[in-house]
Ligand binder design. Structure first.
Ligand SMILES: Nc1ncnc2c1ncn2[C@@H]1O[C@H](COP(=O)(O)OP(=O)(O)O)[C@@H](O)[C@H]1O
Ligand SMILES: O=c1[nH]cc([C@@H]2O[C@H](COP(=O)(O)O)[C@@H](O)[C@H]2O)c(=O)[nH]1
Length: 369
């Protein structure tokens, strides 16, 4: 039988119950007792089994908060020339994807503390994503929306692996509203960096950019496809990073990038909108990176043989850029880390390379220079 609590023990017990984070000093002041007597009473409560332990409240300021898509990716590759209007024999594969989730996994594997904020259904697709992601990121802030399907991306490929059609069911991300994110204001206001993909609705991205400005937090925007470029916030002033590919920049500015001068001009256009650092990747042609202090650099792509799967190369690039920037590297090294991580990801059949770690990326950078 448990021993009864004394009157003072009961008072302290009630105060701790109301506020589990109350300090001994605060208890002492509230009850007009000395701090050592509070300590004695607390050990009495512990001995009696009324207090089981003390929780550590972690300062989450080191978290990178990734906001956006967590999809189930399905790949269907036809075995013979594709024929419309009939059934085609295929080989199928499924894996976890979604730009924000892919970046969160890359950063988690690189040893950073990461939280993913997304919306999902209460279905088996989410269980699969959760199981594959949980080792690399916190998933406590995921909003489960009953009746909605978890996001999915389905690619139908021809016999050489070229895309015939991709089908994107991303409706659930309409639930990533400013109201949903307001509930995460503590997490967001302490974030080491906010990374948002354009699966989020425009008003959410506008809210995040304003929030980042108000709380002086760096924010990186990552487009996911050309059609979603109309979600780019109207006011880009003070955005820390925008990492786009050629198509997305062409769509946004309604231009064509056919040579290095046009490529540079597009970077200058982004910088003139007030973004601090910009990247435009261009497949095999590499990437151009720029900011107002260091200028514009071209980082050629790394010659990559034995490409197994192109999915995730862009996300690997973006992740290594954010990681190297947070580690204080200069623009050239940042771009190089991006190119190296993308090249190694192309040689992996996984969307996020399974051998990625901070030490491995460092080794790859030394090998490929
Ligand atoms: N065929 C390739 N060979 C070597 N590197 C590549 C190749 N394709 C892409 N990359 C690397 O991946 C980066 C992103 O590729 P890109 O196709 O521009 O992005 P996304 O996949 O987002 O469309 C490039 O800047 C380059 O470093
Ligand atoms: O509208 C979207 N399309 C595609 C993706 C994701 O983008 C990744 C494919 O990237 P890439 O296009 O770089 O291969 C996949 O994991 C897919 O889930 C996404 O988040 N949103």
């Amino acid at each position: 039988m448990t021993e009864r609590m004394t009157e003072k023990e009961q008072l302290i017990f009630n105060l701790i119950q109301k506020n589990p984070y109350i300090s001994q000093q605060e208890l002492a002041e509230a009850l007009g007792l000395s701090r050592p007597s509070i300590a004695n009473i607390i050990s009495g409560l512990t001995r009696k089994g009324e207090i089981l332990g003390r929780a550590y409240v972690l300062n989450e300021s080191q978290q990178i908060v990734c906001i956006g898509g967590a999809n189930l990716d399905r790949k269907f590759q036809v075995k013979n020339k594709a024929q419309l209007g009939t059934s085609n024999p295929i080989q199928s594969a499924k894996s976890v994807g979604g730009v924000a989730r892919n970046i969160a996994e890359n950063l988690g594997r690189l040893g950073m503390g990461v939280s993913l904020v997304t919306a999902c259904g209460t279905d088996s697709d989410w269980s699969f994503i959760e199981e594959s992601s949980t080792l690399y990121m916190h998933l406590d802030q995921v909003a489960k929306i009953p009746g909605k399907s978890t996001g999915s991306y389905t690619a139908v490929l021809d016999t050489d692996g070229e895309l015939i059609i991709a089908l994107a069911d991303m409706e659930v991300y309409e639930s990533i509203t400013p109201e949903l994110l307001q509930k995460q204001d503590v997490l967001l206001s302490r974030a080491k960096c906010i990374v948002a993909d354009l699966n989020c609705p425009k008003e959410t991205l506008q809210f995040l950019c304003q929030f980042a400005r108000k709380h002086d937090r760096p924010i990186a925007l990552i487009p996911v496809s050309s059609p979603k470029m109309n979600r780019i916030p109207d006011d880009l002033d003070g955005i820390a990073w925008l990492i786009t590919n050629r198509d997305e920049s062409e769509t946004y500015f309604n231009i064509k990038i056919t040579n290095e001068d046009e490529w540079k001009l597009a970077l200058e256009k982004w910088l003139s909108l007030g973004i601090a650092n910009v990247v435009i990747t261009n497949g095999k042609k590499g990437a151009m990176i720029a900011n107002n202090e260091e200028g514009i650099f071209h980082m050629p792509s790394i010659e990559t043989k034995d490409i197994l799967d192109v999915t995730g190369a862009g996300d690997a690039f973006s992740s290594a850029v954010i990681y190297s920037w947070l580690n204080g590297k200069n623009l050239r090294d940042i771009a190089k880390a991006g190119a190296v991580n993308a090249s190694k990801t192309l040689q992996s059949s996984y969307t996020v390379r399974q051998d990625l770690s901070a030490a491995q990326l460092q080794k790859d950078m030394e090998e490929l220079s």
